[in-house]
Design a protein around this ligand. Structure first.
Ligand code: FE
Length: 332
């Protein structure tokens, strides 16, 4: 802590006890995080300073170096967590409480930990797609979907991770074929975000799309988008030899963390039952800790079996996946 250093310089000056605090850089919107932080401060008396960092998290931490005030980073997607690790701005945390997070959902060197999961699923038109018409990711390349699929760009992190998972299951040649197959089935060139694809289904432009589960919750809460949501149902596809692809939101401790102990307390809190419920509910995600139920809405989307491929392995395959996406000129 900085004041301790000042005290040393000034000689042995008695300092009043400092209130503990934690500094968090969050890529997630403050309204998602604030309820958690309030609960943590109420329970521990530790203050949390939240800075919303929308863009350039890695660059900012690198520029700040040892002087960074940040203790923890909250972000989404294995891609972003992997980037932070690769940039060398994180530190490993060994901590029993964090063992509650399944190993397949965390970094293999304990540099980041999942806090919630989201599945990458198919949104299918209630009117034009029958039950059982789409059951696997492999199936999306089937010519029966010609002119019927909408998606956001495949160079987006969410689709890169899905492609990396496909690559882990099937290898390079089959992945290339799969990408070309989906591209040939597109109703229009990739554009917009996951919700825009559901809007396109609602408007009759396509019949199925890829998207993350929580967008269903977000659309249902929006007056305009509710209609889009009502026109589709969620299908949990699986890999032919696996389960449904999931990605995570997560937490990591920065290498420079000035308040390590308090930061670790916040990490422990985030994997506790109370925080898991709050966090999962606020953004319609799935808790990662066993025994904590999903919200009623999220549970209503049905049960699925998550793919067992470790996310760390998917993260390692991201560059190769992106190469293939660019090679087939998916968005072109
Ligand atoms: Fe998202």
């Amino acid at each position: 802590m900085r004041l301790t250093a000042l005290a040393l310089i000034a000689g042995s000056v008695a300092l009043p006890a400092m209130a503990e605090e934690v500094n968090v850089y969050s890529h997630r919107q403050p309204e998602l995080i604030q309820p958690l932080i309030d609960a943590f401060t109420a329970e521990t008396g530790i203050d949390v300073n939240l800075a919303y960092v929308d863009k350039g998290m890695v660059e900012r931490l690198q520029a700040e170096g040892d002087r960074s005030p940040a203790d923890l980073v909250l972000t989404v997607d294995v891609a972003r967590l992997g980037e932070l690790k690769d940039a060398g701005v994180l530190q490993a945390v060994e901590d029993e409480a964090l063992d509650a997070v399944p190993a397949t959902l965390s970094d293999d060197e304990n540099q980041w930990f999942a806090l919630t999961t989201r599945a990458r699923i198919v949104y299918a038109s209630k009117d034009r797609v029958a039950d059982g018409d789409v059951t696997t990711y492999e199936d999306l390349a089937d010519p029966k979907w010609k002119g019927r699929i909408c998606t956001r760009t495949f160079t987006h992190d969410y689709n890169v991770a899905l492609t990396a998972a496909f690559l882990a299951h099937h290898g390079e040649a089959e992945t290339r074929e799969w990408l070309n197959g989906i591209k040939a089935n597109l109703a229009r060139p990739p554009e917009g975000g996951d919700r825009d694809q559901v809007k396109a289904i609602w408007a009759g432009q396509c019949d199925i799309s890829l998207g993350n589960t929580y967008y269903m919750g977000a659309m249902l809460k929006d007056d305009e988008q509710k209609e889009w949501a009502d026109s589709v149902r969620i299908v949990f596809p699986t890999f032919e030899d696996g389960g449904t692809h999931v990605n995570v939101s997560g937490v990591a401790m920065t290498k420079a963390s000035p308040n390590r102990e308090a930061a670790q307390k916040l990490m422990d809190f985030l994997v506790g039952d109370e925080a898991q419920s709050i966090y999962a509910e606020t953004n319609n995600e799935f808790p990662v800790v066993e025994g904590v139920p999903a919200s009623e809405l999220v549970a209503s989307w049905g049960e699925f079996t998550a793919d067992e491929l470790p996310l760390a392995e998917i993260s390692d395959l991201r560059p190769k996946a992106l190469d293939l996406i660019e090679e087939v000129n998916f968005d072109g």
